[in-house]
Design a protein around this ligand. Structure first.
Ligand SMILES: [Zn+2]
Length: 786
């Protein structure tokens, strides 16, 4: 049995004889005889072998495969006169910025829409004797995102290093659909556009359409990997154009012509109106004077009888091959002007100036049949880019090259952005990422709320707590580990911030170590100043944040923040735990906020079921209540004279995560409700919900849940005129007297009750009854109040 092996010769020769190719591969074709009785006979044919002849024989398929590979190599490596004109394929190069932009476009704007996108590629004439120029995609190759539409100028024309080429991008939603794309018909569709532009004359007006390209891709946004495949559609001349002559332009032109052509080309390249016009006419008068003209001037050029060359910016550097753009150019020249013998100039540069040593001039013979010039007869097309010589797509992964922080940010937003594709198109990530949340308390609830906020895309979080991480904390307080407990323990506010940054480096978290002044905890006079400083500090913190979470573990520590939030009209969410029950609520708007009256009417429309939860004496307005609105006692010291289990938050471990999650969901609900902080309280399964159902569902005022019953209910409680924290009287008094008022409330346990009339109320009306409140409190007597 004979076997053959062909090694690629250093200087192959390609000949075209009568339409069939002859590869002269002297001297390294090896023929081995490995058949028979194990004898090996090896010979090296040193005389030229005609592979064309081999093709016609019965030869092992690997020989033909090798020969085909060889052929493609030969196409690149050289050609001789009389040979088929061979073009160096366009090569693609994609800037990382393109993929980033595509990812962001996909996530933020396109979603599951996979319709084709118009893109722009850029290229320039070759400017190096060893390296070809590529067709490059940059971030600006893609259309701008909606947010930057006004700020981004359209792609500037006239940049000599960036000739724009129109392209089209098919970005699929799945890898399967990427593979399933009908590549041949996509390519054909682009070829038809080129063909039509040639015949309509559009290509002469805007010659960039001759180099139209196609890109198919699948962007795996989870792994930051991109599958893609370029095609540079080229209409196939059949039979192919043959080469009459090809040599460096400097050898083709006379000295005078060369000088004049150089000067004319440089002028063309330096003018902003023509610098990026890649196809042109070179007209040389009998006195050797050269001028560069637009393609549309072809007819005018006929009249003056000058020598005419068809020039183009050649991205290719090879000394014996013109670049890919010449292919469609030849088709145009033949189809539009019926020229069969074409002289062309492959324009190349060195250091920004015409380099006629590198540039080529050639003459090609086109012998396509007459009917081929028929507009309806779209020629065949080739052009899918090879990947290392093979017809396969490319794949690039940016995961490794990306800065981990940046990667984390992109990945963090991924799930949220995906929510916008189908489930929640109205999700406003911008609000979430720019809003500032203040968390009062960095314990079980605080840790969990912070994590949930980050999961929703909140990036600005301030935690306030004066405690240190104790050994008993890490198991329940999800931001801490044993390390935080060592050496007496890290301050919770600071340890929590470090932990948040480890989870997500781009979070803007701050920790404030501070105690919240509490009513019923009298202050000795020497400490007054520092307590008042704390009050002022808390006041500033609340003013400077958009939403406040009350997550401390005593009732009285929530009083001052509730008052300050009511005064500043901030979104306020309270979460409180009992042993096996919890309360999560959003506070209503402050009593002195201006738009309450507008909302009052809407509130009256609430269903009748809710009226029993509303305070009967709420004639002052229909604001939603705060945490203290339903109390008939002012907040007092709840920690003194209590046993350990009464002082600590003794709760079932599952409770805090449930309540924290609900608290954050409630905030997201407020942010997405058209009435925001003024939104009325919805009741689950109430008949009125259907009317103004929001994309996120209902927006309750209070959620009370019990693990004992595995139950959860939504409630509405309106503001009370005798509320010790949010009623008009208290807020007005605070506005009038400021810190004096607070100090009095802290030092005199009954002051708030006297001020708000609660003392009177308790004396006269012991029947004031709130069914639901009594129910839940009954179970919680031993525990933290709800
Ligand atoms: Zn209140």
């Amino acid at each position: 049995m004979l076997s053959y092996s062909i090694s690629i010769p250093e200087k192959p020769i390609l000949r075209n004889r009568g339409g069939s190719f002859t590869f002269i591969v002297s001297p390294k074709l090896q023929i081995c005889n490995t058949g028979g009785g194990g004898e090996r006979e090896r010979g090296i044919r040193s005389d030229p072998i005609r592979l064309g002849f081999l093709f016609s024989q019965t030869v092992p398929s690997f020989v033909t495969q090798r020969a085909i590979k060889l052929k493609s190599f030969l196409c690149m490596a050289g050609q001789e006169s009389g040979a088929v004109l061979q073009f160096a394929p366009f090569q693609s190069s994609v800037d990382e910025g393109f993929w980033h932009r595509l990812s962001s476009l996909k996530l933020n704007k396109l979603g599951i829409d996979d319709s084709p996108i118009s893109i722009t590629g850029f290229y320039a004439p070759c400017s190096h004797s060893q390296v070809s120029n590529h067709l490059t995609l940059l971030a600006e190759s893609l259309p701008p995102e909606p947010s930057e539409q006004s700020s981004t100028p359209p792609i500037s024309r006239g940049n000599r290093n960036r000739c724009s080429v129109p392209g089209i991008l098919y970005n699929t939603n799945t890898l399967e659909s990427f593979h399933a794309l009908d590549k041949q018909s996509l390519l054909k569709a682009e070829a038809e556009k080129i063909w039509n532009d040639i015949h309509s004359g559009r290509a002469e007006e805007d010659c960039s359409v001759l180099s139209r390209f196609l890109l198919i891709s699948f962007a795996d946004l989870k792994k930051w990997s991109f599958h893609y495949w370029f095609a540079f559609p080229a209409l196939v001349l059949d039979p192919p154009a043959t080469l009459v002559d090809l040599k460096p332009a400097s050898q083709w032109f006379s000295l005078e012509e060369a000088e004049s052509v150089s000067a004319a080309c440089n002028e063309w390249r330096n003018s902003s109106s023509t610098a990026d016009v890649p196809f042109f006419l070179v007209s040389i008068a009998s006195n050797s004077r050269a001028t560069i003209r637009h393609l549309k001037d072809w007819e005018a050029c006929q009249e003056d009888g000058h020598k005419l060359l068809f020039g183009f910016y050649d991205p290719c550097h090879l000394p014996k091959n013109p670049g890919w753009p010449l292919r469609n150019f030849l088709v145009l020249i033949y189809s539009r002007w019926n020229i069969k013998k074409v002289q062309f100039l492959c324009y190349r540069e060195n250091r920004g100036f015409a380099d006629l040593g590198l540039s080529l001039v050639g003459e090609a013979q086109i012998s396509a049949p007459q009917e081929w010039r028929d507009e309806l007869h779209v020629p065949n097309v080739v052009g899918w880019e090879l990947n290392r010589g093979k017809k396969v797509y490319r794949c690039i992964s940016l995961a490794k090259s990306m800065d981990p922080t940046r990667l984390a940010i992109s990945a963090a937003d991924l799930n949220l952005k995906l929510m916008r594709w189908r489930a929640l198109p109205s999700l406003n990530l911008n609000i979430l990422s720019t809003m500032k949340c203040l968390l009062l308390g960095a314990g079980t609830l605080g840790c969990q709320v912070a994590r949930m906020l980050m999961a929703w895309g909140v990036r600005k979080i301030t935690l306030l707590d004066n405690g240190k991480v104790a050994m008993s904390n890490p198991l329940r307080q999800s931001l801490y580990t044993l390390d935080d407990c060592l050496n007496g323990g890290e301050f919770k506010a600071l340890a929590a911030v470090n932990s948040l940054k480890r989870i997500f480096p781009a979070v803007e978290a701050e920790g404030v170590v501070m105690a919240i002044p509490m009513p019923g905890h009298p202050v000795p006079s020497q400490e007054e100043e520092s307590v008042l400083d704390d009050c002022r500090c808390l006041c500033e913190l609340i003013e400077s944040h958009d939403a406040v979470f009350l997550l401390t573990d005593t009732r009285e520590s929530r009083w001052l923040p509730t008052l300050l939030c009511a005064n500043a009209n901030k979104m306020t969410i309270t979460a409180a735990l009992g042993f096996d029950s919890f309360l999560v609520m959003r506070h209503g708007a402050g009593p002195l906020s201006s738009t309450i009256d507008n909302r009052a009417e809407a509130m009256n429309a609430l269903s009748a079921d809710m009226s029993k939860f509303s305070p009967t004496d709420s004639d002052g307005g229909q604001r939603l209540g705060c945490y203290f609105c339903n109390d008939v006692v002012a907040p007092v010291d709840s920690t003194s004279n209590r046993t350990l289990d009464q002082q600590c938050t003794v709760t079932r471990p599952g409770l805090a995560p449930i309540a924290s999650a609900l608290a954050v969901e409630l905030l997201v609900g407020i942010l997405h409700h058209p009435h925001g902080i003024f939104a009325e309280g919805d009741i689950a399964n109430s008949s009125s919900n259907g009317i103004n159902e929001q994309p996120l569902g209902i927006l309750p005022h209070q959620i009370r849940g019990s693990l004992a019953q595995f139950s959860q209910m939504t409630l509405v409680g309106h503001s009370s005129n005798s509320c010790t924290a949010c009623c008009d009287t208290v807020v007005s008094e605070y506005r009038k007297r400021g810190m004096d008022f607070i100090l009095q409330a802290i030092n005199h346990p009954t002051y708030l009750e006297d001020l708000t009339g609660l003392t009177e109320l308790m004396k006269s009306a012991s029947s004031f009854k709130l069914d639901w409140d009594n129910d839940t409190d009954a179970d919680d007597d031993d525990c933290v109040e709800i």
